[in-house]
Ligand binder design. Structure first.
Ligand code: CA
Length: 366
């Protein structure tokens, strides 16, 4: 009997909240209000990162948390680390086939589905984080991305950006292109294809396996993200030299992918909450990197004794040439890839002229 009273109390409470929140002007408003206040949804988000991994995993948690808050608990999202429901690199399929409703990762992990997806992560010697976001939001990039994922029943949205990454961890110095020959390196996406052209062997390893792979010699070198994330995995204990800059990942976009059928089941306001939570998460992650990388760099150099190196100019020039080849070959694979390439490169080239006079000019003089 007490339980019955408790439920009745809850029912009355919900009804009162509905009236005060929505008003009673019209029957239509009341009906749609009732629908939005009473229907609840529970979603699962798988990620390609270890649970609560700094910035990436915690960013996914933040994403879920603000959806929960903004929807007042009508849409709750539970976050799963890599391997908890599916392995990291099966996240795309898990969302596509409806095993889970959403995932947090990056588009280049799915290049096996379509190599053109890599344009939506980053392009070697391509756009910075700001430029990439400008292209996605204002330059038609997001529409192209949506078209690319349409056949898989997925809606993509930008949900984080690493900014310029570091060039990676090596146990020998890179003094010429010859030093990349025969090198087995964890380097995903188009940067990996550039390494292949330079005579190396690119492999992809989920973040959580990087340290052991490098420590045990399964791979000779690796890149991951930047000081904060690389320190978190202890990569400084597995390699001697830390190279700058991340020519291969100048502003890597994280993505949120959502099962379109699941999205369609949400009322319009919840759909808007999900899309706008992704926008907030997009900048949240980018800014947390900006805040933390500088501290971690100091720790790596001053306390851990890491030796920082820069790629020599002639190595950079050669890598730039090879990158242009890799990207134009990718564009040639089909008409749609060409369309994405044209959109990306047109935006990037114009932006380069402006950034040369603004960000780049300023950074050179400060
Ligand atoms: Ca990386």
């Amino acid at each position: 009997m007490e339980r019955r009273h408790f439920l009745r109390y809850l029912g009355i409470g919900a009804a009162s909240a509905g009236i005060s929140a929505c008003g009673q002007e019209s029957s239509t408003a009341a009906a749609s209000c009732e629908e939005t206040t009473q229907e609840t949804f529970e979603w699962k988000m798988v990620t390609t990162w270890p649970k609560n991994f700094p910035v990436l995993g915690t960013g996914a948690e933040y994403f879920a948390q603000i959806i929960n808050e903004m929807s007042n608990g009508r849409l709750t999202v539970k976050v799963y680390g890599a391997g908890e429901i599916v392995p990291a690199f099966e996240s795309f399929d898990a969302v596509s086939d409806g095993t889970v409703e959403m995932a947090h990762g990056s588009a280049y992990y799915w290049k096996g589905k379509n190599p053109a997806f890599q344009f939506f992560s980053t392009v070697p010697f391509g756009m910075s984080a700001n430029e990439m976001n400008a292209w996605l939001y204002f330059g038609g990039g997001l529409e192209l991305w949506q078209r690319a994922y349409e056949p898989f029943g997925l809606e993509p949205m930008p949900a984080g950006n690493t900014g310029v990454q570091m060039g990676g961890w090596f146990n020998k110095e890179i003094n010429s292109l010859d030093d990349l020959r025969g090198l087995k390196m964890r380097i995903p996406g188009l940067g990996g294809e550039v390494l292949r052209k330079a005579g190396g062997t690119p492999v992809n390893v989920p973040g959580g396996d990087l340290f052991m792979s490098l420590k045990t010699g399964v791979i000779d070198a690796t890149e991951w993200v930047g000081p904060y994330n690389d320190l978190a995995f202890g990569l400084n204990d597995a390699a001697k030299y830390y190279y700058s800059p991340g020519w291969h990942e100048p502003g890597t976009a994280m993505e949120c992918i959502i099962n379109k059928a699941a999205m369609a089941k949400l009322p319009a306001d919840l759909q808007s909450i999900v899309r706008n939570a992704a926008r907030v998460t997009n900048s949240y992650i980018m800014l947390e990197y900006a805040a933390e990388n500088k501290n971690a760099l100091e720790e790596l150099v001053k306390k851990q004794g890491v030796e920082i190196r820069s790629f020599p100019n002639d190595v950079v020039e050669k890598l730039r040439e090879l990158s242009a080849q890799v990207v134009s070959e990718l564009a040639e694979q089909d008409e749609f890839s060409q369309e994405i390439y044209d959109s990306y490169s047109k935006f990037a080239n114009k932006s380069k002229a402006w950034y040369k006079l603004s960000e780049q000019a300023y950074l050179n003089i400060r």
